[in-house]
Design a protein around this ligand. Sequence first.
Ligand SMILES: NC(=O)C1=CN([C@@H]2O[C@H](COP(=O)(O)OP(=O)(O)OC[C@H]3O[C@@H](n4cnc5c(N)ncnc54)[C@H](OP(=O)(O)O)[C@@H]3O)[C@@H](O)[C@H]2O)C=CC1
Ligand SMILES: CC(C)CCC[C@@H](C)[C@H]1CC=C2C3=C(CC[C@@]21C)[C@@]1(C)CC[C@H](O)C(C)(C)[C@@H]1CC3
Length: 418
Amino acid sequence: MAPPQGSRAPLEFGGPLGAAALLLLLPATMFHLLLVARSGPARLLGPPPYLPGPEALWSPRALLLWLAWLGLQAALYLLPARKVAEGQELKDKSRLRYPINGFQALMLTALLVGLGVSAGLPLGALPEMLLPLAFAATLTAFIFSLFLYVKALLAPASALAPGGNSGNPIYDFFLGRELNPRICFFDFKYFCELRPGLIGWVLINLALLVQEAELRGSPSLAMWLVNGFQLLYVGDALWHEEAVLTTMDIIHDGFGFMLAFGDLAWVPFTYSLQAQFLLYHPQALGLPMASVICLINATGYYIFRGANSQKNTFRKNPSDPRVADLETIATATGRQLLVSGWWGMVRHPNYLGDLIMALAWSLPCGVSHLLPYFYLLYFTALLVHREARDERQCQQKYGLAWHEYCRRVPYRIVPYIY
Ligand SMILES: NC(=O)C1=CN([C@@H]2O[C@H](COP(=O)(O)OP(=O)(O)OC[C@H]3O[C@@H](n4cnc5c(N)ncnc54)[C@H](OP(=O)(O)O)[C@@H]3O)[C@@H](O)[C@H]2O)C=CC1
Ligand SMILES: CC(C)CCC[C@@H](C)[C@H]1CC=C2C3=C(CC[C@@]21C)[C@@]1(C)CC[C@H](O)C(C)(C)[C@@H]1CC3
């Protein structure tokens, strides 16, 4: 059994108490949002319209459907991949290998859903099952996180994450102990981060669009925009799948309840909130306003993609002609930091682009309700917190060079503001 490691790593999320609170608060928030989105007043800050009884949450059919979805995505993950990528170097100097077939999984899922619909599959009935499906996903996340916690007890010390090994079971269960839990080639964290939740999110959006068409004759322009923007975001993530290997979640965070619940339940059931809201609260959106919103989304996407691609290209090969002319700072680790281009504008240009897109996803829902702006509010808090965590890690990793970078690029996310 591996001894607890990293016990001196500073505790995050308010330590064990904070983690215990989040274990309850996160699922409660998700169910609150699901209930409020379909209620008339749709008040984000008001009480839920009713408290669902066990019969509204528990459905063997929904559980079966959810397990079948996970099974389908796992089977698609195991299909031959166009490429196998290597991850970052680990503590023991080894590198893990990852299949790059996420976009293929998205396409095959679309094909299967298309075939299902033409054979009579009632996709428009899915929105009625969101509550029991979310319950099944939450249950799965709890059980799966328990499995991950136990599995980590048998893992060698070198396989453990820097955080998540405090010795406090609740905290470690929440944060995740093992960095890259796997069975053979099947990497649980990498699979969950990009497949069932992200693809599930766009499928739920599509089902909401189909139900709107069934109810009102055709989908509204607002619904088309939300579906289109979020499909672009998910398609982009899967097209650039390899880039996820350099994100904080894969490199630094253990795999525990936070990510398991986040990936499997939170993403599909709360990120589809705008489409859920639109189904029950139709919005009239004119073409001029729709064009402005498209422009906002395109600007956000341009910054998000430009920044992420620039960093990934640079990390893979600093002499790549696309980044070779950029100014850099040398660090004691041998790695360099970009100090011009996107990364010379603010220290997290990719977060800025992501936030601008988040705004564009909410605007089609109008300004009469706060609820569709939940994603923007939550995401701002998540990214501000994430930026602070990354800042601490970079300070540790790069020391003086990081200070120099912060001096040269003083703003974190929004130029001249933050
Ligand atoms: N939709 C959602 O719910 C979420 C989306 N995201 C998105 O995921 C993406 C990845 O985010 P995340 O993993 O948090 O962070 P980043 O992709 O920004 O990665 C941060 C790392 O980048 C490297 N880095 C920082 N500054 C520089 C520089 N100047 N030059 C070169 N490398 C630098 C450092 O790692 P090193 O030096 O070791 O390479 C640092 O640890 C973002 O676009 C974010 O918006 C994130 C969370 C949730
Ligand atoms: C439930 C908690 C409050 C927090 C859970 C956070 C997770 C939902 C997010 C942590 C990092 C994420 C990323 C994406 C989705 C959300 C989670 C899992 C991402 C896959 C979205 C698509 C992007 O293009 C990306 C850059 C690949 C993202 C990577 C981080």
